[in-house]
Design a binder for this molecule. Structure first.
Ligand code: NAD
Length: 503
């Protein structure tokens, strides 16, 4: 018996406006079947959300930060209580295995933990006696209404990166999640309400380009945080800034893992199994390029990599023994397989071919087998562009200098890793490489929540990163007050302060 197809609606104060004229299919990537239809919203849906946000935001901004933090504490406890259900829901729409789905939510919760300390973070600065009888202090105030536009690959973590900091700092926040796996963002919004967040402070609107454009052009929205592919990130950045908004827009990636001749190759291979193939390679901090330094390293690494890759278990996302599950859609599966063909056409050596992979009993699922290329060169488009699938490319470097140049000269600059036992080489590499996030013997160097996340070059547009103090800066504006309380009280003209010098 075919199971019923769910409807996924916006989470807007006052409820749904009625059936949406347009909807998008949400698939179960394990089977290929449509399991839900998500509303694709319009300007009118956004206007309703903005009106509710405008009504709620001043009261929320005036709520003392300790009370705002209490909502964060409650929310964290509720998410933890609902972790199993959230992870299964996430996995059923995205296709990542349950352990990865829990990790996705957990990394987002770590930003909520950071937000529990928001009273401390918002304390501001103070100088007593900056001039005679004069004190100067600064405060961080919310922007008003912010919006977040998020990608499919972290439907738990990335909405929480943005919404946590935006809300904790006193803004109202409107989330437009990926239309491919929108259910977890809606559940998170519901749990925020259950945690005591006032209605209108976090709302979820669904949609595609039409909704994104409405957000970018809306005069009542002060800031937009975006994460997705680079062309769209650039478009969002340009259009949002042109409309007078503060915009941060994180884009795509092609992260390199440098393997020095002294690296522990067994450790590197184990790390690459997770970093290149975990979550089917659908991570912006995945390591899809491995760079062995010197021929001997390349030969030894390749010898160890091949059996490790051939032994990876691809399975349905609920299979606890599966290394990774299906990719998100049939279109994405085709795109990955087309890139593999491009690599072949461009002359790379296809060592392990993951195309045409079928899982018995799940022939309609969007599975791609693990794939390995060797002798990939910098002139190939399959090297230059992001594939975002379970495809690892070996690019051989002659020496350390060559290895530093490869990620530095690539159009993307999200993350990079170096595997070595040589502290000097690691230190040099970290200092010189032209990439935003560096791992030293850490394959996926996603910074902890109280540091900050952001790449360089075409991996990020705008100058402020996600979460940590950079996130707080993005979601607030600074006001600086210079105050004087003259001795003689009101009307003491003898102490007139005409020219603002402090001498
Ligand atoms: P995407 O760019 O297709 O979609 C991202 C968001 O943009 C979605 O909400 C989508 O609805 C919207 N969108 C799509 N097309 C649009 C258009 N033409 N106009 C306006 N809006 C549009 O990205 P995706 O496939 O969902 O996610 C994968 C991409 O995200 C990869 O490139 C990955 O590297 C990147 N990513 C980057 C980071 C980072 O922090 N740098 C993190 C995660 C993912």
């Amino acid at each position: 018996m075919a199971s019923a197809i769910r409807d996924i609606d916006h989470l807007i104060v006052g409820g749904a406006a009625g059936a949406s004229a347009r909807t998008g299919d949400v698939f179960n990537p394990n089977t290929g079947a449509v399991q839900a239809r998500v509303a694709l919203g319009t300007q009118a849906d956004l206007d309703r959300a903005v009106a509710a946000a405008q009504k709620a935001q001043p009261g929320w901004a005036a709520t003392n930060p300790q009370r705002r933090a209490r909502v964060m504490f409650n929310f964290k406890a509720l998410v933890e209580k609902n972790m199993e259900a959230l992870a299964h829901l996430l996995s059923s729409e995205h296709g990542k295995v349950i352990a990865d789905a829990k990790g996705d939510i957990q990394r987002g919760l770590e930003v909520i933990e950071f937000c529990c300390g928001i009273p401390h973070v918002l304390k501001g600065e103070y100088t007593q006696g900056a001039g005679p009888g004069i004190d100067v202090y600064s405060m961080r105030q919310p922007l008003g209404i912010g919006a977040g536009i998020t990608p499919f690959n972290f439907p738990g973590m990335i909405p929480l990166w943005m919404s946590g900091v935006a809300i904790a700092t006193g803004n109202a926040f409107i989330l437009k999640p990926s239309e491919r796996d929108p259910s977890v963002p809606v559940r998170l919004g519901e749990l925020f309400l259950e945690a005591g967040l006032p209605e209108g402070i976090l709302q979820v609107v669904h949609g595609d380009k039409e909704m994104v454009d409405a957000i970018l052009d809306h005069q009542a929205i002060s800031a937009v945080s975006f994460v997705g592919s680079s062309d769209i990130a650039h478009y969002v950045y340009s259009r949002g800034v042109a409309a007078g908004k503060r915009v941060q827009a994180m884009g795509g990636a092609k992260n390199h893992g440098i393997v020095m001749p002294d690296a522990d190759l067994d450790q590197v291979v184990a790390d690459l199994s997770g970093a290149a193939f975990g979550s089917a390679g659908e991570r912006c901090m995945a390591l899809p390029v491995v760079v062995p330094v010197g021929e001997k390293t390349a030969i030894a690494l390749r010898e160890k990599l091949i059996p490790a890759i051939e032994n990876l278990r691809v399975g349905v996302s609920t299979d606890s023994d599966a290394h990774y599950g299906p990719v998100v859609t049939a279109i994405h599966k085709k795109r990955i397989e087309d890139w593999i063909q491009t690599g072949v056409d461009e002359g790379a050596e296809l060592v392990v071919d993951g195309r045409g992979f079928e899982l018995q009993g799940h022939e309609g699922g969007f599975f791609v087998g693990p794939t390995l290329f060797d002798h990939v060169t910098t002139s190939m488009s399959a090297y230059k562009e992001e594939i975002f699938g379970p495809v690892l490319q070996i690019v051989r470097a002659q020496d350390f200098e060559h290895a530093v140049r490869l990620p530095s000269e690539h159009q993307y600059g999200n993350g990079v890793a170096i595997f070595t036992r040589n502290g000097h080489a690691a230190r040099e590499f970290a200092a010189r490489v032209n990439v935003g996030m560096v791992g030293i013997n850490v394959p996926i160097p996603v910074p902890v929540a109280y540091h900050t996340f952001g790449g360089w070059k075409r991996s990020a547009f705008g100058d402020t990163n996600q979460h940590g103090m950079e996130g707080v800066k993005f979601w607030t504006k600074v006001k600086t007050v210079t105050q004087r309380w003259p001795d003689g009280g009101v009307g003491d003209t003898a102490n007139a302060f005409v020219i603002p010098t402090m001498g």
